[in-house]
Design a protein around this ligand. Sequence first.
Ligand SMILES: Cc1cc2nc3c(=O)[nH]c(=O)nc-3n(C[C@H](O)[C@H](O)[C@H](O)COP(=O)(O)OP(=O)(O)OC[C@H]3O[C@@H](n4cnc5c(N)ncnc54)[C@H](O)[C@@H]3O)c2cc1C
Length: 393
Amino acid sequence: MQTEFDLIIIGAGCAGLSLGMQLASLHAQAPRTLLLEPRIAYENDRTWCFWGDEQTPFATLARHSWQRFSVNNAASRALVDCSTTPYRLLTGADFYTKALEAITSHTALDLKTGISLTAEPSLIQGMWHLLTTDGSFSANAIVDTRPLPTQQLSDTTLWQSFLGCELEFHEPRFDPTSAQLMDFYPATEAFVGFNYVLPLSTTRALVEFTVFASKIYDQAELVSYLDAQVEKFAGGRPYQRLRNEYGLIPMGVGKPKGTVKPKGAVKLAEQHSSYVRVGLTAGAARPATGYAFQRIQRWALACKQSLQKTGLPVGHQPDSFVIRQMDAIFLNVLRHHPELGPELFMRLFSKVSSEKLIRFLSDQGRVSDYLAVILSLPSGPFIKSAYQVATTR
Ligand SMILES: Cc1cc2nc3c(=O)[nH]c(=O)nc-3n(C[C@H](O)[C@H](O)[C@H](O)COP(=O)(O)OP(=O)(O)OC[C@H]3O[C@@H](n4cnc5c(N)ncnc54)[C@H](O)[C@@H]3O)c2cc1C
């Protein structure tokens, strides 16, 4: 069994597999790479949505796309045309199948599933050593995609918690041409809550209840909210629940607390250039939205290029100063005044043109897009929040 590699990727979920696929595309130039994954089998455990044209990574593998979406509260509704960059849904199952095909057919790439680390990686004479339930391995570099435990993320500004289910009705209940991005729960001081509905046909949809809050909502706390939303569509008619999904995304991750340092390193081993942390808790998620999938694809491409050039991996590129400030101020307003959330999002989606807004949300914003977003929001709470953000640094 081969035990020495150029690179070890710890965790083969979205980030690990995305990098694996990028490396597979290097054919004979691919570094010898080991991917370590504790799960034994891949299931259809999530869906990934993103805006994008045909050139966007994975756009053509999407199962469904919508040319428009709505955002509404009890008083008003904004219908947003996104036909130039449709909102697309990629199933976890399709992504995993494609990734596993690419990785397992490449001789330089070795994906080991059902395997766990038994100790933190240690750096000995310039090589990383890993002890696992399937023996020990070493490599020149490590990409660590393991999500940090929530206790280490206590500085997170807001948590996005959501519980969803895919429903199948016997008779038409949905309009498959339009997604419902946010249907707001009445304003409350506890959270910003909304229902998210992705109709896949007239009879099938993914319905998800989401909250943005300073605390984590577990599945049990979200069940009654989701059931109420499902019942709105069902109205007593029979339906089948095909699948459930629960998600927790940190929005605005602070400095992780008490991160376990890999053993054997001189000072901050995680800052050693041959060891990078990536993924959802390491900068993959856009703070103000939690969208991470396309950011992970951009990182995977950059990381492949860096490995090719220097032999060293790279982490996520930090957001620009302007984006970081805008997201921090926006999240701070929502954290302290969740009751303002529905009104703020309604303003954003009804006052800013769809192209500007989608560019802004998809990290492709131009200066004029940022200005349009700023001008759409009321200045009062944002000035106060900007002051708080500036003085807590
Ligand atoms: C249900 C759900 C829906 C989402 N929908 C969207 C969306 O629509 N659009 C979007 O942009 N983003 C979405 N996200 C956010 C983000 O894109 C995903 O969370 C994405 O999977 C993050 O990739 P990742 O590699 O960081 O984490 P994961 O895909 O979770 O991969 C982490 C991997 O690490 C492995 N692992 C865990 N612990 C260990 C350990 N100790 N040792 C070794 N390996 C370990 C896990 O088994 C897993 O395979 C969603 C997230 C969830 C949870």
